[in-house]
Every structure is written in C-alpha cells, then in structure tokens.
Design a protein around this ligand. Structure first.
Ligand SMILES: Cc1cc2nc3c(=O)[nH]c(=O)nc-3n(C[C@H](O)[C@H](O)[C@H](O)COP(=O)(O)OP(=O)(O)OC[C@H]3O[C@@H](n4cnc5c(N)ncnc54)[C@H](O)[C@@H]3O)c2cc1C
Length: 389
C-alpha cells in the first residue's frame, strides 16, 4: 500500500491528503472492519498506521508537531474514513477534541507538556464529561475535585467514556465548588492519565460502535497535581468544554455524512447486482426513489458540513451552522442506513453484507455531542436571535 508519512503532507494539498486516506481505508480498514466489529476487538494495528499517517495530530498546530489541517479538510477525512468504518475516526476524533481543549485553554506549560506527544499519537486521549446520572445536563455532574496542598483529590464516576481503556489520558470534568451559583462556576476540567486520575471499572457492551473502548470509569481518591487543572484556574471547566462544541459538532456531523455516504455506496452497488423479476433491482422505480432520495440527502449533508467547517476556519460565528450540520447530517446517516437495509432485503441481516453495521452505528451520532433534540432547540434559539422581529 502507499503510505505517506505526515511530513509529506502540506495544508495546501487537500487532494493528495484525501487520496492517501482513500488508499489507506481501502487497503487497511475495509478488509478488517467486519471481523473486528463482530469480535468487538480493538484495532491496535490501525492505531499504529494512524500514527504514521499523522492523524492523531491532524488539527494540532505545527508548532506542537501536528499537521494543523483546516477543519474543512479534516471533516472530509472524517467522512471518508467513516464511510468505511466509524471506529477509526472515533479513535482520533475524541482524542483531537481533548487536544483542541488544551490548545485553546491550556497554559503554555500544559501545551508544551501534552501536545507534542498527543500529535505523535504516543499519548492518546478523549473527554470524560458524562456520568451515570448526567449527560445532557452536564451541570448536574457529581464528580468532585478537592484541593489538597499542591494536589487535587478526585472522587466520582464517569459513564460511556470513549478511548478510556486503550487510550492514555482524558480531559475530566469535575466540580471544584458544589455550592457555586450559577452551577457552572463550580466546574473545572483536569488533564488526567489513566491510573493516576481514573481507573476503568468496565468496558461496556454496545449495540454498535463496537471495537472502540467505551467504558465506565471510577475515580476513587485519585490524586492529581494542581498543574493538571486546565488553564490553571478553577471555575472555567464548563466553558472550556463547551467552547469546543462547534468543532465537536462539525466532527460528528462529518461522521454522520460518512455513515450516510457509506450506506448509499453499498446500497447502490448491491442494487446493480441483485435481480428480481428479470431485472436489476436498481431498475425498479421503488428502489430508484430510495437511491435518489439518499443521494440528494448525502449531498446536502456534505454541503452543510463543509459550510460550517469553512465558517469555523474563517473565524466567523458558526454555532447555528454547526448545529444544523450536526442535526441534518447525523439524521441523514440514520435515514440512509435504514433505506440501505431495505434495499438489501433479507441479506441486510447477514453480517457478511456489512450494511447491518452501518445501521447499528448510525444512531449514536444523533445522541453524542449534544442530542439532536437539543440541537434543534439550539438552532431555533439562534435563528430567532439572528432574526429579531
Ligand atoms: C457509545 C457512546 C460513546 C460515548 N462517548 C462519550 C465520551 O467519550 N465522553 C463523554 O463524556 N460522553 C460520551 N457518551 C455519552 C453521550 O455524550 C451522552 O449519552 C449524551 O450526551 C446524552 O446524555 P444521556 O445519555 O445522559 O441522555 P439524557 O441527558 O438523559 O437525555 C435523555 C433524553 O432526554 C432529552 N433531553 C434531555 N434534556 C432535554 C431538554 N432540556 N430539552 C429537550 N430534551 C432533553 C435528550 O435529548 C434525550 O432524548 C457516549 C455515549 C455512547 C452511547
């Protein structure tokens, strides 16, 4: 296979980057996706290849050893990888959300200490916000961080945390002041390493998005140095985490578009090989209506993702656009996965045909990074604000 080391890539070379990704996913990702998904096995070899490709540093600044790719290029990479298998994109996506929080909010010492290793993929991370009783309502989290001399003592639990078993570190959201009003003023974020700041209680069994390590965590009197406090100031944790949401939403939108495109491609191929009543099913109008609808929605989803990403890169306000892209592209993922199942007929239920994996994986994107219920509410509020009577 052709594999380029990250130094061969330049920000101006989007076509070459995307061609490299295409070759990599076809040669290395597609052949193993089904087997690893069925076995719920972590793809360690792909992680090594992603390190070589530079994907763990894709959006980290070159000053810290990353590629510094624009969000618009990064989103296209995410879509391409996810169109084949969502797991590899999840491994570098959650990691880069943590890296982006460090780059935006960290002290110079924290950036220098964490980002170069993260850009190489030698230190791989994620974000630990959700708890057993708090997901959408993050201000209700119970995890405590109490100052003790030059340290903080962490106590609590986290739920559904991706990259927490085979990754090395997490950005952990905790309460430094449980009586603060408003509640977010008592929230802080900590840069924690596995073992030092948290332990894995169990790897969770999941409907889809298998193979990736999503776990329940326990923080039992974990002692981290005061230098682990992101930005060095208490009370800013929620803002620091929410400040990365636009980027997070664009990333998840790109994954939704990838699921949708992958399902469309598989269904289109199948429809040209399966015959009923003497002709390919692609020639039946009922199937054509499905493919026409799916192809139109995929194109619209990709345009929305690209529009939000370009606005983000230019520094323009893009909260509403990122919300629209996240909502529409991820719903398109679910829609296309389901329509593809119908096109595959009975064979949709056979793992050999792989479309069932897309069907199982798609729904998660409607839930993560702000549920789609919340997304529409956010879009509506911003739309009204931008259009006063
Ligand atoms: C496979 C997987 C991987 C994950 N990875 C991570 C990770 O790496 N890190 C992490 O921190 N979290 C992770 N999560 C958690 C995920 O972010 C949460 O599940 C999500 O934020 C929703 O929270 P919840 O499950 O507590 O649902 P709830 O908040 O309980 O919501 C339940 C329902 O109520 C609706 N709802 C809630 N509040 C409102 C409101 N005000 N108005 C209207 N509707 C509302 C929601 O939209 C939803 O439909 C992961 C989850 C899964 C399943």
């Amino acid at each position: 296979m052709t594999r380029h080391l990250r130094n061969d890539w330049s920000v101006d070379d989007e076509d070459a980057i995307l061609e490299t990704i295409d070759k990599w996913v076809e040669a290395e990702v597609r052949p193993i996706a089904r087997e690893y998904d069925q076995a719920d096995e972590y793809p360690h070899d792909l992680v090594e290849q992603m390190k070589e490709l530079g994907l763990f540093g894709a959006t980290i600044s070159p000053a810290y050893g990353g590629l510094g790719l624009p969000t618009s290029t990064y989103a296209k990479i995410v879509t391409k990888v996810t169109a084949v298998w969502m797991v590899p994109s999840g491994i570098f996506n959650s990691h880069l959300i943590m890296a982006s929080a460090i780059e935006r909010c960290g002290t110079e010492d924290q950036k220098a200490a964490w980002l170069p290793e993260m850009a190489r993929g030698d230190l791989r991370g994620g974000i630990a916000l959700t708890e057993p009783n708090a997901g959408t309502d993050l201000q209700a989290i119970k995890t405590r961080a109490e100052k003790d001399g030059d340290n903080y003592i962490l106590n609590g639990s986290k739920m559904w945390i991706t990259n927490s078993l085979y990754g090395d570190c997490l950005l952990v959201l905790a309460k430094t002041d449980i009586d603060a009003t408003p509640r977010h003023k008592g929230m802080s974020a900590f840069l924690c390493k596995r073992g030092e700041g948290y332990d894995v209680a169990q790897k969770l069994k999941k409907l889809g998005y298998r193979s990736i390590d999503t776990c329940e965590l326990v923080l039992d009197n974990k002692r981290v140095p005061a230098a682990a406090l992101l930005g060095g100031e208490e009370g800013r944790g929620l803002q620091q985490v929410l400040g990365g949401l636009e980027l997070g939403r664009i990333n998840v939108a790109a994954r939704g578009a990838g699921i949708a495109e992958g399902a469309l491609q598989m269904a289109t191929r199948y429809a040209q090989t399966r015959q009923t009543f003497g002709k390919m099913i692609a020639e039946h109008q009922a199937i054509q209506l499905k493919i026409g609808e799916m192809a139109s929605r995929v194109a619209a989803a990709k345009l929305l993702v690209d529009d939000a990403a370009r606005r983000f890169d230019s520094g323009e306000r893009c909260d509403m656009e990122a919300g629209m892209a996240k909502y529409f592209a991820t719903e398109t993922g679910v829609y296309c996965a389901e329509e593809a199942m119908r096109i595959f007929g009975g064979y949709s239920y056979a793992p050999e045909y792989e479309i069932e994996r897309f069907y199982r994986d798609a729904m998660l994107m409607c839930i993560g990074e702000g549920t789609n219920e919340l997304q529409r509410i956010i879009v509506a509020k911003q739309y009204v604000e931008r259009n006063p009577a």
